[in-house]
Design a protein around this ligand. Structure first.
Ligand SMILES: CC(=O)N[C@H]1[C@@H](OP(=O)(O)OP(=O)(O)OC[C@H]2O[C@@H](n3ccc(=O)[nH]c3=O)[C@H](O)[C@@H]2O)O[C@H](CO)[C@@H](O)[C@@H]1O
Length: 365
């Protein structure tokens, strides 16, 4: 067996937890470390992009949030079995450092690391700790935060690392910005990985309601769910707006780079992409997100003066149209928003995470 140091990454559930985990895995392999990933069946769906040399271990994950009464009753036993199995694995593998990225599948490995006093950290992507990260915030050496500020329990000091972003986003970090003016301009509308119904309802009518002079200059790229696409496209067409409506844009980084304005949900990665490329934005947090974490995600950009936040409850054609006009009607203000977004961005989030792992490794017995 190689005597290279071993990083165990524990993550799961959704892509939101898995993508930053993948970024760290790639960076540590490049540093000559071995990497193991501990996840569950749901998380395993997002492992396609992980390098082949990452050994993937599937754990049985248990959550109190699903599975009805039977699920709630058996969850503690499943969790305990998972922790025991992780401890046996750690006795064999002797990890140098363990890092959790949230989600229930990260519970067994971080618990085992805590019980065995192994150097350990968690990374939280959102501005509010998820349930599992909440449990461990006081029981790890380092709490790394993808969003800043993050609401942390009293006595816990987080480190702002940022959320790792894709290479295609980094390639366009600080892309030159053409301030709004009397020429063709581009607006990008995205609703997170699944698209957002409410944006398809309100954004096309708001754009259609803009003053003629402004509207005539706009091209819109709008991510819409299949069931909303036809109506959205029609509304744009009737208002004479050149709109490209798709269920998912593969080239969001390139489109952001060309955009004068982004209208978006406030998922952690969307916010990170907007910050790193540096674009003015109107953020509409998903009101039903756990602990309203999307509002917390938006706060950094809003406080810096880089974004306008519209709560879902206040999202109407009129409020949105007024805010779009405010941004696109003020070239200097739009440029200030770009600079503000860049001032709070963390394009080096992966490197900051690597630094944390390397400094924890010094504590390894
Ligand atoms: C509904 C919900 O609960 N969403 C959660 C989910 O976000 P969800 O996965 O929806 O969204 P994120 O904003 O974190 O990530 C979306 C990513 O997809 C990209 N993109 C989007 C649209 C498109 O057409 N093409 C494209 O490439 C964005 O640029 C971004 O990089 O996990 C995040 C991280 O825990 C949370 O912050 C979100 O609250």
């Amino acid at each position: 067996m190689s005597d290279a140091p071993l990083l165990v990454i524990a993550a799961g559930g959704t892509g939101g937890h898995m993508f930053p985990a993948q970024a760290l895995a790639e960076a540590m392999l490049a540093k000559g470390w071995r990497v193991k990933l501990s996840t569950d069946a749901r998380g395993a769906r997002y492992t396609g992009g992980f390098p082949h040399s990452v050994q993937i271990e599937q754990v049985k994950s248990a959550t109190f949030a699903r599975g009805g009464i039977a699920g709630k009753l058996t969850a503690p036993f499943k969790l305990a079995a998972g922790v025991l199995s992780a401890m046996m694995g750690f006795r064999r593998d002797r990890p140098t450092v363990v890092v959790g990225f949230g989600g229930y599948p990260s519970f067994p490995a971080i618990s085992a690391a805590y019980l065995m006093r192994l150097p350990r950290a968690i990374h939280e992507q959102n501005g509010v700790l998820g349930r599992v990260n909440q449990v461990f915030a006081k029981r790890v050496d380092t709490v790394a935060c993808g969003t800043w500020p993050t609401e942390l329990p009293e006595g816990v000091e987080g480190i702002f690392t940022g959320n790792p972003v894709r290479g295609a986003v980094l390639d366009r970090a600080e892309a030159p910005y053409i301030s709004p003016g009397d020429y063709p301009m581009s607006v990008v509308v995205i609703g997170g990985s699944q698209g957002a119904r409410i944006l398809s309802k309100v954004v096309p009518t708001a754009i259609a309601a803009l003053p003629e002079g402004l509207r005539a200059n706009l091209r819109v790229a709008h991510q819409a769910r299949d069931e909303d696409a036809v109506t959205a496209q029609q509304t744009y067409a009737e208002a004479g707006i050149d709109a490209d409506v798709q269920p998912f844009f593969q080239d969001v980084p390139a489109r952001f780079a060309e955009a004068q304005l982004v209208i978006s949900r406030a998922g952690a990665s969307s916010v990170a992409d907007i910050s790193v490329i540096g674009r003015p934005s109107i953020l509409i947090p998903f009101a039903a997100a756990t602990a309203d974490h999307q509002t917390a995600n938006a706060r950094g950009l809003v406080n810096a003066g880089a974004a306008i936040m519209i709560p879902e409850s206040q999202l109407t054609t009129d409020t949105l149209a007024a805010n779009v006009e405010t941004i696109l009607g003020n070239p200097d203000g739009a440029l200030q928003m770009v600079l503000a977004a860049l001032s709070v961005s963390r394009p080096d989030a992966t490197k900051r995470l690597v630094d944390i792992v390397e400094s924890l490794a010094k504590k390894s017995p």
